[in-house]
Design a protein around this ligand. Structure first.
Ligand code: BGC
Length: 444
């Protein structure tokens, strides 16, 4: 019997290593982006995008509005030690009151699209009790955007949910999906005339992993027991919302946004790190997208950084440069080429792609203008390699409440003075405005 086990383990080892090398070989021979660029592109001074390309910036209701006291995040914020420096949203950056000023600034930057989210906990503060006035607020936002010729991209659920929905078990229970659909139906029937692009949800994998595995986000769970049902129900919620939105508005374009980092092995030739990178990339992004691919008119891609997989005592997932791993800040490993690689991996879905989030906080070594320029260029190269990218939304329009990080990570194109709430376009944001105006990027 003992021998049988030994042989089995050895066989598993051989198969695992052989498969790993096969994958490695496939990756190495697959594509290397420089090969795809022809000289014609490399010699152009400026790279031009298609005429109807969307240049935008995004926000999420909970991160900018303030006053979202019926949200699960508000309750979570009150717990000791959950938010850096004890920051609280309270009035936040008062986007709720100042949305016109913010949209004016977005227009000043020549952006032609704005991604924002509807706060479910405002529209339905108590189960089944919808608040018409709150829905009207969003209608006003949409009408203002229209008056400025700015196309909206609207997210229906961006991390924050009503307290009552969390208390009844959120998406852990299949029977709760209907509450989400009722909310979606209320919103889309009420303001759908003004919206072409809907995102049913933002980064559901973040909600699952941070809320139910690491416990860093509400509801602060740290066990796997609910993950499988949560995943299944979220997939089903998206599929049903997709059908529902189309029933209300046949013309609507409905998608979902998901995060994707560029996952690479620390050791190029280490088969175990190679295969683990592939597994992580697949399970964090593509596993979910594959399940919903028939219910997507487009995909919202989020790209921020490269993740390096290193095998030491156990697996480490490094979201910074390996040498900076001890640094606990949001100082991530920015890597523009990774955007190209990530976009190419989305080609298989055959759907239009919009980069619905990409951004850098203020204090990073790379300036915002350089960050944007280099990523826009990589996006262009991806388009030239046959990837159907139709829009780019910098994250974020404003300095905002960055979840666990509080106000310490300032991603905004627009600086907000936290005392006076005064807004100013940052010096290193103007180049993005120029890119949007010219619909092109410098190629030097
Ligand atoms: C989230 C945003 C967040 C951003 C920057 C994204 O994954 O959707 O809400 O502010 O990352 O960390």
């Amino acid at each position: 019997m003992k021998k049988f086990f030994q042989i089995t383990i050895v066989l598993i080892g051989i198969v695992y290593t052989a498969t790993s090398y096969l994958f490695l070989l496939l990756t190495v021979v697959s594509f290397k982006y420089n090969h795809l660029l022809n000289h014609e592109i490399l010699n152009q001074e400026r790279l031009y995008f298609q005429d109807d390309f969307l240049w935008g910036a995004g926000t999420a209701s909970y991160q900018v509005e303030g006053g979202n006291f019926n949200s699960n995040w508000w309750r979570f914020e009150q717990l000791q030690g959950k938010i850096k420096n004890g920051d609280r949203t309270n009035i936040c950056v008062a986007h709720y009151q100042r949305f016109k000023e913010d949209i004016d600034l977005l227009s000043e930057l020549n952006l032609n699209s704005y991604r924002f989210s509807i706060e479910w906990s405002r529209v339905e503060p108590e189960m089944g009790k919808f608040n018409e006035q709150e829905l009207d607020h969003y209608k006003q936002v949409l009408l203002y955007l229209k008056s400025k010729n700015v196309k909206p991209m609207v997210t229906l659920w961006h991390h924050s949910i009503p307290i009552w929905f969390e208390d009844i078990g959120s998406f852990e229970k299949a029977e709760n999906i209907n509450y989400y659909l009722e909310y979606v139906s209320y919103v889309v029937s009420g303001i759908g005339d003004e919206v072409e692009f809907w995102l049913t949800m933002n980064e559901p994998m973040a909600y699952i992993t941070l809320g139910y595995i690491s416990g860093k986000w509400p509801p602060g769970n740290q066990n796997f027991s609910k993950v499988s049902s949560l995943f299944t129900n979220i997939v089903s919620a998206h599929k049903q919302a997709y059908k529902l939105i189309h029933k209300i508005d046949e013309e609507a374009k409905v998608g979902l946004s998901e995060h994707s980092s560029y996952v690479v092995p620390a050791g190029k030739y280490n088969p175990i790190e190679n295969i683990t990178s592939m597994i992580i990339d697949y399970s964090c992004t593509h596993f979910l997208l594959k399940k919903v691919q028939n219910e997507l008119d487009f995909i919202g891609v989020h790209y921020y950084y490269k993740q390096t997989i290193r095998l030491r005592h156990a697996f480490e997932v490094l979201t910074k440069k390996p040498e900076d791993f001890e640094d606990q800040s949001l100082d991530r490993a920015y890597y523009p080429l990774g955007l190209y690689e990530v976009l190419v991996r989305f080609k298989k879905y055959g759907k239009p792609l919009y980069i619905t989030e990409i951004g850098v906080p203020d204090y990073h070594e790379i300036e915002r203008d350089q960050f944007i320029r280099e990523h826009v260029r990589e996006m262009y190269y991806a388009i030239k390699s046959g990837v159907d990218v139709r829009g780019f939304y910098y994250w974020a329009l404003l300095d905002s409440f960055e979840w666990n990080e509080g106000y310490s990570a300032k991603f905004g194109l627009i600086k907000v003075d936290m005392k006076t709430l005064e807004r100013t376009i940052k010096d290193d944001s103007w180049e993005y405005g120029e890119i949007a105006k010219c619909n092109c990027v410098r190629n030097d």
